[in-house]
Design a protein around this ligand. Structure first.
Ligand code: CAA
Length: 391
């Protein structure tokens, strides 16, 4: 069970170890290639496979399904370290752990867990999650894709969009309408084998940031999904999607924290060295106060993320939702990432804008954390509805 080992918030030996392992891996294996993969937009198969072999793609998955059998705090610590070096590797890791594994662990049958989680958690395969459609983003319950029961299969037709890891995924958790007149209660979740007929990877999304993570549209043309690959009950898909996003948002918050820290640490180093008007630029209050705000927001984000991780850990026993904690962590950490990356570019001046340094990449990567897995506006809506009880 997660704990901070006393009132000092110190981490346990096991947690320190996973953090250090992730930090070392990121420095040794990812740092040398991050800029190149950002430039080309190629998918970093080799490092992703290695991360899988090290257990990073199934941190909370029990060992019997190929995972590392650790807790949520271990997950957020490792994800922060990976994202600090490269947010693209971070989101690929987050999607495998949260959007793919977590949903199947929570709602899947024994056979589904064995068949779908094990290859992803052990680094042999890549998973994805597909909720969004061209005409439904924030209003996720209004999808147009259809899944029609035909004997022992569902026949799926439609177009899904903005699927992280869609171009490379072996399996995808897909949400589609089985009963359109029932609204969100007509959504059902399915486990899709991407090698089967009727599954088509379509337009690749050209993106501002996280360019080494692959994103595309998916087309379903009479794809036949056997009933044993339905995830949960018919009509339970929307709640499954929301439950899974509660976990996903903790992952994205950790990714955002990593970007914020990278921006902050680069700025700290720069202001201690760079001179202007006869002083180190960190001696000017206009700069130093920005660093004070960056540091404070980073530490506040970290505490919100740890709180959300603890709430999720408790939910494994109580079954209670951790929607509020994860939405607050995601909202604050993503806005902190944007705040810090923006400040870092400004502090570095021309060098912040140059591709010779990673600062402009942090800036481009930070923006998506305020958009995917629920925009900042959706997080505010979720938090305020839960607090006021009004809608
Ligand atoms: N857990 C469990 N159940 C939940 C839930 C949660 N967190 N949130 C809502 N529900 C349930 C409600 O209790 C309700 O249940 P009933 O049917 O029993 O009444 C049902 O779901 C509908 O809830 P709402 O009435 O609140 O639904 P809504 O239509 O008002 O929408 C929303 C709520 C919060 C706006 C939701 O649509 C939402 O989160 N939108 C954002 C979607 C999103 O985050 N998309 C990201 C796509 S994935 C992605 O980005 C992946 C990637 O690339 C990395």
């Amino acid at each position: 069970m997660t704990s901070f080992g006393g009132p000092s918030f110190s981490l346990s030996e096991e947690h320190e170890m996973i953090r250090q392992t992730a930090r070392d891996f990121a420095q040794k294996e990812i740092a040398p290639i991050a800029a190149e993969f950002d430039e080309t937009g190629d998918f970093p198969y080799e490092t992703i496979k290695k991360m899988g072999e090290m257990g990073f793609m199934g941190i909370e998955v029990p060992e019997e399904y190929g995972g590392a059998g650790m807790d949520t705090l271990a997950y957020v610590l490792a994800l922060e370290e990976i994202s600090k070096v490269d947010a693209s590797h971070g989101v690929i890791m987050s999607v495998n752990n949260s959007l793919f594994n977590y949903g199947i662990l929570r709602f899947g049958t024994e056979t589904q867990k064995k068949d779908f989680i094990t290859p992803v958690a052990s680094g042999q395969a890549i998973g994805a999650y597909s909720l969004t459609e061209p005409m439904s983003g924030s209003d996720a319950g209004t999808m147009r894709s259809r899944a029609v029961r035909d004997g022992d299969d569902y026949v799926i037709n439609g177009r899904k969009s903005w699927v992280t890891s869609g171009p490379v995924a072996d399996s995808v958790v897909v949400f589609s309408m089985t009963e359109p007149e029932a609204g969100h209660r007509g959504v059902t979740a399915f486990l899709i084998d991407t090698n089967k007929e009727g599954f088509i990877r379509s337009k690749k999304e050209p993106k501002l940031g996280i360019r080494a993570s692959a994103t595309c549209e998916l087309l379903f043309e009479d794809y036949r999904c056997p009933i044993e690959h339905r995830l949960g009950e018919e009509g339970a898909g929307f709640k499954i999607a929301m439950t899974v996003l509660d976990d996903g948002r903790i992952g994205i918050a950790s990714q955002a924290l990593g970007i914020a820290e990278a921006s902050y640490e680069a700025s700290l180093e720069y202001v201690r060295e760079r001179e202007a008007f006869g002083k180190k630029i960190g001696q000017f209050q206009g700069i130093s106060f920005q660093l004070a705000d960056m540091k404070t927001r980073i530490e506040a984000s970290r505490l919100l993320i740890y709180q959300a991780a603890l709430a999720k850990e408790k939910s494994k026993v109580s079954g209670n939702r951790f929607t509020l904690e994860s939405a607050m962590a995601k909202l604050f950490a993503s806005e902190t990432a944007m705040f810090c990356a923006h400040a870092a570019v400004q502090i570095h001046g021309g060098m912040g804008y140059s591709k010779e340094m990673p600062i402009e990449r942090y800036f481009r990567d930070a923006k998506i954390t305020e958009i995917y897995e629920g925009t900042s506006e959706i997080q505010r809506l979720v938090i305020s509805r839960l607090e006021t009880g009004l809608r």
